[in-house]
Design a protein around this ligand. Sequence first.
Ligand SMILES: Cc1cc2nc3c(=O)[nH]c(=O)nc-3n(C[C@H](O)[C@H](O)[C@H](O)COP(=O)(O)OP(=O)(O)OC[C@H]3O[C@@H](n4cnc5c(N)ncnc54)[C@H](O)[C@@H]3O)c2cc1C
Length: 424
Amino acid sequence: MGNYSRTNSDQHGLGGPVTITSPYFQQRDIWLRAGEELSFPNLDPNGPQEIGFSPNENFISFGRRVNAYLAYVKPVEESYEEKLHVRRYSVVSKVLFEKHVARGVLYHRHGIPRVAMATKEIILSTGAFITPILLIKSGIGSKQELEDAKVKPVVVLPQVGNNLQDRLSVSLSPFTVTDLSATWNMDRNLSFNDIDQLLYEGKGRAIFTGTAGYAYILSDRAKKENQNWPDLQIGFAFQMRNANALRCNVGLGRPYSRGNLRFNTSATSLLDNNLPIIEPRYFTHPDDIGRVLEGIEFCLKVMEGTHAFKSIGTKYAGEPIAECRDTIFRSRNYWACYIEHRASSMSFLTSTCAMGRLHDRDGSVVDSKLRVHGVKRLRIIDASIMPSITNANTASPVIVIAEKTAASIIDEHKYPDNSPIRKP
Ligand SMILES: Cc1cc2nc3c(=O)[nH]c(=O)nc-3n(C[C@H](O)[C@H](O)[C@H](O)COP(=O)(O)OP(=O)(O)OC[C@H]3O[C@@H](n4cnc5c(N)ncnc54)[C@H](O)[C@@H]3O)c2cc1C
C-alpha cells in the first residue's frame, strides 16, 4: 500500500497509492535523544512490534493529507468510468436477502428509496458502528436483538455488535520550557514563507500535524503476563496555538475492556443508521486504568527526568483538576482520578463483527475471508472485523485488510473452486 518518502527502510513499499511522510521538526530530536538516554532504540514505527522511540509519520503527499478515497477510489473512478459507479449521497439501510443469499441493498438517495442488486456479492464497509447495525436491520444478529428490533431472522449470530474495542488517550499538558526555541507555535512561528513552501514545494513546517514523535513501550502489568510487545503508545506533541508549551499523550495500545453496540428500538426509521446504543464500557477491566497510569509516569520521567528535556527547562505546569481535589496532586491516586476524568476516545473503533472460525459462530461474525457466517454473497471489509484492536493507529491496518481481501476476492472469481458462494 505504501509509498515511502524516506528511502532507507526495508519496512516500506515504494510506489503504492498511500504516500507516507514524516514531517521533520528539529524539536523531535529532543524526544529521540531522551529515548536514547533511557536506553530505548530509535525505531521505524512501521517495523516489527518493538519497544522504542520513533518519529511521527503521516499519510501525506505533497503536503496534503491522503485518504482512502484519494488513494484508491478516485484514480479508478477516473480511469474506468464505465465500470465503476460511485453513488454519492447514498445511505444504505438494509441488505436484501432471498432466503440466505444476499441479493441487493436498499438505500436512500436524497430521501428517495432505491434498490441496488448485486450479480456477484455485496461488501459492507460502513465501519465498526454502522456495519453491525445494518446486519441487525437485515436479520443478522443475536436472537434477542432481532426480537427487540422486530426483524425476521435470516441467521442468528450472537456476536454481532459485541466485542467493541476502542483506544483511549490521556493528555498531560502543559509542559512549559525555558528555551522557547524548543516549542513551535502557529501564531508565533508560522510565516508566509512556510505557506509558500507548502503550496509550491509540498513541504515545510506548515504540514505539521501536531505530534512530533512516539514511544512504544511495554507496561509492567503486561510484562507480568509475559507479553513482550508494546501496549502503550506515548505521543510527544506541541501545544500549537496560543501557548509555548509541550504535551505528552498516553494512548492505551491494547485495551482489555470490551463494549458493545445495541440496536436502538426507538429508532423507528430505516434511515436511523446513526442511532445505535453505544456502550463503550471503558476502564471496566481493572488493568486498563493502571496501565495508563504507568504511561503517565513514563511521560513525567521522559519530560522532567531526562537531560534532553532538562536542558530546555521542561516542567509540568498543569494545575490540579477540580474533580480530583480530594487527592494529593501528582500522587498515584491523583493520576488515577485524572485519567477517569480526562481520558478520551482516540476514535479507533473496531471489532464489532469479529473474524473467527466458521464453526465458532457464537464467537465471531465473519470467516477468514471476511464472508458473513451462515449466509451467501455477503462480506464485510472494515475495522469491525478485527478480532482485537491493533496497538497503534487503525487507518493503515484497515487499508491492509482491504487490500488483502480485494486480492483474495479477485482470486476467488478467477478460480471459482474457491468461490465465496457456499452453503450456510
Ligand atoms: C476524528 C478521527 C480521527 C482519526 N485519526 C486517525 C489517525 O490520525 N490515524 C489513524 O490511523 N486512524 C485515525 N482514525 C481512525 C480511522 O479513521 C478508522 O480506523 C478507519 O477510517 C476505519 O475505517 P472503516 O473502513 O472501518 O470505517 P470508516 O472509515 O468510518 O468508513 C465507513 C464509511 O461508510 C460510510 N457509511 C456509514 N454508514 C453508511 C450507510 N448506511 N450507507 C452508506 N455509507 C455509509 C461512511 O460515510 C464512511 O465513509 C481517526 C478516526 C476519527 C473518527
